[in-house]
Design a protein around this ligand. Structure first.
Ligand SMILES: [Zn+2]
Length: 196
């Protein structure tokens, strides 16, 4: 959905600049070395596959629409329009955040969200109980937002109300913390070894 939206925006930007009817093909490319995709889709790939995908795509689009000079000019125009944008994803009510499915999923009947009980998780549908299911949700968090998480972000992402429970979870995972009490964040990277 995000790629489709960006495609529309790029189309309208190119039209404004006077470039019409350039075909745009969107790809979702994961750059993290340890990403393990369970999606089988030619346009949702890891960065290792990108050169092969590009090769295939240039075969699919054999007609040259712009000359090399035009392409270089367009590249300069786009670069001139580029400006750095700081994404404070978890602070803003950013449109993308609403598309993210939060919660701890039951491994047996995903996407059912499990409920937190005393020291563990239970699935309201199949009653499956497990203490560690949040680990897989936190691995998803790494790929979405990066390796650091705060207590507040953890509560938001795992759908937990209690700060105490969130602290408990972070403590039990034995994650390294950094920053003072107010800005403390935890490094999630050691969780990647639990990747399914
Ligand atoms: Zn279940």
């Amino acid at each position: 959905m995000q790629a489709a939206l960006q495609k529309e925006q790029l189309h309208s930007l190119l039209s404004k600049l006077g470039y019409h009817s350039i075909p745009i093909h969107t790809l979702v490319v994961f750059t993290h070395k340890k990403v393990n995709l369970s999606i089988d889709h030619p346009d949702i790939i890891t960065s290792q596959l990108l050169p092969f995908r590009l090769k295939k795509l240039s075969k699919d689009f054999p007609n040259h629409i712009l000359t090399m000079d035009q392409l270089l000019t367009l590249g300069k125009e786009l670069l001139a329009l580029n400006s750095e944008k700081n994404l404070k994803l978890l602070q803003d009510t950013h449109i993308d955040l609403r598309n993210i499915r939060r919660g701890v999923f039951c491994p047996k009947c995903k996407p059912i969200v499990m409920k937190r009980t005393h020291g563990g998780w239970v699935c309201p549908k199949c009653n499956y109980k497990n203490r560690d299911c949040h680990i897989y949700a936190l691995i998803d968090f790494i790929y979405l937002f990066g390796e650091f998480i705060t207590n507040r972000q953890l509560r938001w992402f795992l759908l937990i109300d209690s700060e105490y429970t969130a602290t408990r979870i972070l403590k039990d995972l034995g994650l390294k913390a950094e920053g003072n009490t107010k800005n403390r964040r935890y490094n999630l990277l050691p969780l990647l070894k639990f990747q399914r």
